[in-house]
Design a protein around this ligand. Structure first.
Ligand code: CA
Ligand code: CA
Length: 147
């Protein structure tokens, strides 16, 4: 059993520094900006599940300082996010000002998503949803890190 666990561990690490299964669990309903769960401090790590192709999961992060903020999804399944194929979209405090988004990472080598944007201090809304309308039920992890 120990040997099996050791063999599995490396697959839990992704190219952006790995992940920690600690963190907040997603709680439905969270399908709109008004229902965003939080507020969380930056450094949020949240573990969620897409229950269908229509599932949107919104999170509210209250940034204590302005500057560069990285929002990314991590490969929790050891499959380069190919199961969840999560898309990230980021909105300002008013829920309508679009700040940026990403589907597959800029390097194109995984279906995990990630972006860095310059944000002012205050609320940031992060929507995570399965890309492209394909029916999915899959786990993902989203992380918001201020630099
Ligand atoms: Ca969900
Ligand atoms: Ca949801």
């Amino acid at each position: 059993m120990i040997a099996i666990l050791i063999a599995i561990l490396p697959s839990c690490l992704d190219g952006s520094g790995g992940f920690d299964t600690a963190g907040s669990d997603e709680e439905e309903p969270n399908g709109t900006c008004a229902e965003a769960q939080g507020p969380y401090e930056d450094g949020l790590v949240a573990n969620g599940t897409f229950s269908s192709s229509e599932d949107q999961d919104w999170y509210l992060v209250d940034l204590s300082a302005g500057g560069d903020v990285e929002i990314r999804t991590n490969d929790v399944n050891g499959d380069d996010c190919s199961d969840a194929d999560p898309q990230i979209d980021v909105y300002a405090a008013d829920c309508t000002t679009y700040l940026g988004g990403n589907d597959d990472d800029a390097e194109g080598d995984t279906l995990c998503s990630g972006l860095v944007l310059s944000a002012a201090p205050g609320p940031l809304h992060v929507a995570v949803a399965p890309c492209c309308g394909v029916e999915r039920s899959a786990r993902y992890q989203v992380e918001v890190v201020a630099h």
